[in-house]
Design a protein around this ligand. Structure first.
Ligand code: HEM
Length: 158
């Protein structure tokens, strides 16, 4: 039962994380294009998603470790180098670490500075970097989710 609960929570958290990263650029940004308070609303929305985003990333790590443990797999670091399934899980953890680093730089450095620049002029170089770091993180998270789906079916060898 704990295994099912861990997987269930893991999937819901993954949906929140990837869903949020799709919702912002596809719905919020276009919806605000003509809005006079665009930058302020964008800042408030960004700060709100940042707050829940980090909680979700932490819970994805916890439920991910839960999936690994409750699936009855050897719960040791060396397992990541011993089997095809382990190697795939290792790649997932590597990509997840990249998502954490890019999110930290995006959320606590580039994003803040970009919003500052956007308040002075619409032409902001940091805005473009913030946009691309968000897109790269979305791509990495989609790759992580795909690896997750393969892992859930026992790896490539299945
Ligand atoms: C952005 C972060 C992550 C996303 C979007 C994500 C997404 C997913 C998805 C969609 C599945 C497939 C669920 C299914 O088909 O039943 C999955 C499975 C899995 N994930 Fe993640 N995951 C993330 C992070 C992690 C981390 C950090 C770990 C390891 C510590 C992890 C370990 C696993 C494992 C072991 C499975 C297979 C579970 C099983 O069926 O036995 N995940 N993940």
């Amino acid at each position: 039962m704990l295994y099912y609960i861990s997987i269930f929570l893991h999937i819901i958290l993954a949906a929140f994380w990837i869903g949020g990263m799709l919702f912002l650029p596809l719905v919020v940004l276009p919806g605000l294009r003509q809005h006079p308070d665009r930058t302020a609303i964008l800042y408030q929305t960004g700060v709100k998603f940042r707050f829940y985003g980090w909680i979700v990333l932490l819970l994805l790590l916890i439920t991910g470790l839960g999936n690994w443990y409750f699936r009855g797999l050897p719960f040791e670091f060396s397992f990541l180098f011993k089997s095809e399934y382990g190697t795939l899980l290792g790649y997932k953890l590597l990509l997840f670490s990249c998502v954490l680093i890019i999110s930290a730089v995006h959320d606590f450095y580039i994003g803040e500075k970009a919003i500052g620049q956007m308040q002075n002029s619409s032409k902001s170089r940091l805005k473009v970097i913030a946009r691309w770091s968000g897109r790269i993180n979305l791509l990495l998270s989609l790759c992580i989710a795909f690896i997750g789906v393969v892992l859930s079916r026992g790896g490539w060898a299945g």
